[in-house]
Design a protein around this ligand. Structure first.
Ligand SMILES: [Zn+2]
Ligand SMILES: [Zn+2]
Length: 290
């Protein structure tokens, strides 16, 4: 299918995407590890085929959900042969998300129609047209899931603070970040090829994607500072929740945010970035791609 893109970052790390929808695959000697499952099972089934052919392997050992927003868990069922792992808090979020998703058919149709309008009114050679087309496709895949009555498949294994796993010789660490972008945000570090998956916690320049003032959890964030700093010295790739490549500076910006003076940092950063203020505590919304 046109518009599907495959980024092979190393021999054992691949990102497959359609616009802002993306999943990542890491090949290990014991099977493929997948990070996030996209918005739609129909679409993620295609991603799965690409990972299988790129890696020459059909065994999937783990699927990790960086958090339980529906654009990261919609395709979980495609990997039901693997152990699906997420944070404990995601179980409750899954229940709510499943009900809302199945009821969202009319809303999704409206979104598709608005993208159709945008396509009719923009230059087909422009980047805007391309982006609108990919978004329209993405929502059409979601609509297929809803029409088919697909339920979201929750994790088969959950954890509270941290979890260490192995896949062959590959070592994997999962840590709960604390309430932030959602209530189930985790970080995932895989030692080969040295990759850190950060979900939707932050975007370029370390801008946090926190937009709910009830999810400020500084005490927990501070516990994670050292872990992030140590991992940042052993990391060749940093991948955001929508397949975007981030770098050490972006991570450093985010680490600064989770220092003890996080509120001050929030406020300072907010002035610099001139972002939309949602509360006096400087929680701001940069979640456009979430
Ligand atoms: Zn999200
Ligand atoms: Zn997202």
């Amino acid at each position: 299918m046109d518009h599907l893109k495959t980024d092979k970052l190393s021999e054992n790390l691949i990102i497959v995407r359609l616009g802002s929808d993306a999943i990542s695959g890491v090949k290990t000697s014991n099977g493929i590890v997948v990070i996030d499952a996209g918005i739609s099972a129909h679409l993620t089934q295609i991603y799965r085929g690409i990972l299988e052919s790129e890696f020459g392997q059909t065994h999937f050992c783990y699927l990790f959900n960086t958090h339980s927003h529906t654009d990261h868990i919609g395709g979980n069922q495609v990997f039901k042969d693997a152990l699906i792992v997420g944070h404990q808090n995601s179980l409750k979020e899954f229940q709510n998300a499943d009900i809302e998703r199945l009821a969202s058919g009319p809303k999704v149709l409206n979104i598709i129609n608005s993208y159709n309008e945008k396509l009719n009114n923009s230059d087909s050679a422009s980047a805007d047209w391309e982006e609108a087309f990919e978004q329209k496709l993405r929502y059409e895949f979601l609509q297929k899931d809803i029409s088919a009555g697909y339920h979201l498949l929750p994790p088969t294994k959950v954890f509270t603070d941290s979890l260490k796993l192995k896949s062959g010789e590959t070592e994997i660490e999962l840590v709960y970040f604390g309430k932030a972008h959602s209530r189930s945000d985790i970080l995932i570090y895989i030692n080969d090829p040295g990759v850190l998956f950060t979900g939707d916690l932050f975007s370029k320049y370390g801008r946090p994607s926190f937009y709910d003032s009830t999810t400020i959890d500084i005490a927990h964030w501070n516990k994670l500072r050292e872990w992030i700093k140590v991992k940042s010295t052993k990391t060749n790739f940093i991948i955001g929740g929508h397949g975007q490549r981030l770098d050490a500076n972006d991570l450093a910006g985010f680490i600064e945010l989770v220092e003890i003076n996080a509120f001050d940092s929030f406020i300072r950063r907010q002035r610099v970035c001139d972002l939309h203020t949602l509360s006096a505590y400087s929680v701001y919304n940069v979640s456009r791609q979430c």
